[in-house]
Design a protein around this ligand. Structure first.
Ligand SMILES: Cc1cc2nc3c(=O)[nH]c(=O)nc-3n(C[C@H](O)[C@H](O)[C@H](O)COP(=O)(O)OP(=O)(O)OC[C@H]3O[C@@H](n4cnc5c(N)ncnc54)[C@H](O)[C@@H]3O)c2cc1C
Length: 329
């Protein structure tokens, strides 16, 4: 066993993109650093990638990694999920971590079940909360269940590692501490080549990522037609924000899926979330982690008012017109 990485660790798989380590990895490292003392263990950042991966791994100490473990090789520049699962499985078998957290990105959602199946262990997908049982030191993995009507806390009793994916933006990333350092262990690839040949990756064109927006103006079934959606768009633009929506608006083909907020859409954490004609169903609110929520609704008993910091009881159309006038647009 190489120095710094003991069996029973709490691992965070840190996914990389062309622009570096994905931000969900920082969020997960922050959570892992919070949980590790109760699990009586240390945090290891785990990376699989091409040249430069080791150097990137070292920088993750700032976000809470006590050590880093990477497989670095030119052939792993942009590994597909099968290859990545093979490399991670080899690392898990060699170092025996207690738990492994992954981001529920498109790649993570494809990777995690393949890896869990290879390791013959359980996987809790799309967790919205993580904790540790103080008596057993086991990971408490909470996620919506039964269509979002209950929150289920899942424990993996016997199999190892305990595996969970967490959506981007569910947790805030910690402020980096540039004084922290960690040991980096670099391994050679161990898995056989993937049977998959990745020919090209084509990014979805033109759509913004509402998960990155600072201000979201979100429309629901009470918005009152295309004319009001256009006004909501103008307000979003005036506030340098973006338009988002509840699921029925997407199902009706009025708004593209990339802009859906909620359990089956995106998790968002803007500074300001303006909910227009949205009732506040649990499946919608499961995706809203905003600092300030302004809710506009005609129904005084609408559940959204339980979450709202500012409750505006009026018709969306009237609110939109008056707000646009105040914004000078
Ligand atoms: C498994 C599952 C997953 C789901 N995932 C998602 C998800 O990811 N995202 C999501 O959004 N939903 C999701 N849903 C659907 C969710 O349960 C709700 O049905 C949905 O969020 C309701 O959308 P809404 O608030 O736009 O519409 P409604 O619930 O119909 O609410 C419309 C609101 O507008 C108000 N209103 C009406 N007229 C006006 C007016 N003139 N001015 C102001 N207010 C007005 C009404 O009082 C009402 O509160 C999911 C459901 C299931 C079962």
């Amino acid at each position: 066993m190489k120095s710094g990485i003991r069996p029973g660790g709490l691992w965070v798989f840190c996914e990389q993109s062309e622009s570096g380590v994905r931000s969900v990895s920082f969020e997960l490292l922050g959570q892992a650093a919070r949980l590790a003392p109760a699990m009586k263990t240390a945090v290891t950042a785990v990376l699989v990638g091409g040249t430069g991966t080791g150097a990137r791994a070292a920088s993750l100490a700032a976000y809470g990694a006590d050590s880093a473990l990477c497989v670095e090789d030119d052939a792993l520049n942009r590994p597909d999920e099968l290859r990545c699962a093979g490399e991670l499985a080899a690392l898990v078998e060699a170092y025996r971590p207690a738990a492994l957290l992954l981001g529920a990105t498109a790649f993570g959602r494809s990777l995690a079940p393949r890896l869990a199946a290879r390791l013959n262990t359980g996987l809790t997908a799309d967790c919205t909360a993580l904790d540790v049982d103080p008596n057993t030191g086991l990971l408490l993995q909470t996620r919506p269940a039964f269509g979002g009507n209950i929150m289920a806390t899942i424990v993996c009793l016997d199999s190892r590692p305990q595996m969970a994916t967490v959506r981007p933006k569910v947790f805030a990333a910690p402020a980096p501490d540039p004084t922290r350092r960690c040991a980096v262990v670099v391994e050679r690839p161990a898995a056989p080549e993937s049977p998959v040949e990745l020919i090209e990756r084509i990014a979805a064109g033109g759509e913004i990522n509402i998960g990155d927006a600072d201000v979201l103006v979100s429309v629901g079934q009470g918005i009152g037609g295309a004319e009001n959606i256009a006004l909501a768009k103008r307000i979003a633009k005036a506030l340098r924000g973006a338009l988002s929506a509840s699921r029925p608006m997407v199902d009706a083909g009025l708004i593209p899926y990339a802009r859906q907020v909620g359990q089956t859409g995106k998790t968002v954490s803007p500074r300001l979330y303006i909910a227009l004609g949205i009732s506040g169903a649990v499946q919608h609110m499961a995706g809203v982690a905003a600092q300030t929520i302004v809710a506009v609704n005609t129904d005084p008993d609408a559940p959204i008012f339980r979450y709202a910091h500012y409750a505006v009881r009026c018709d969306c159309g009237a609110f939109l017109r008056e707000t646009l006038e105040k914004l000078g647009g």
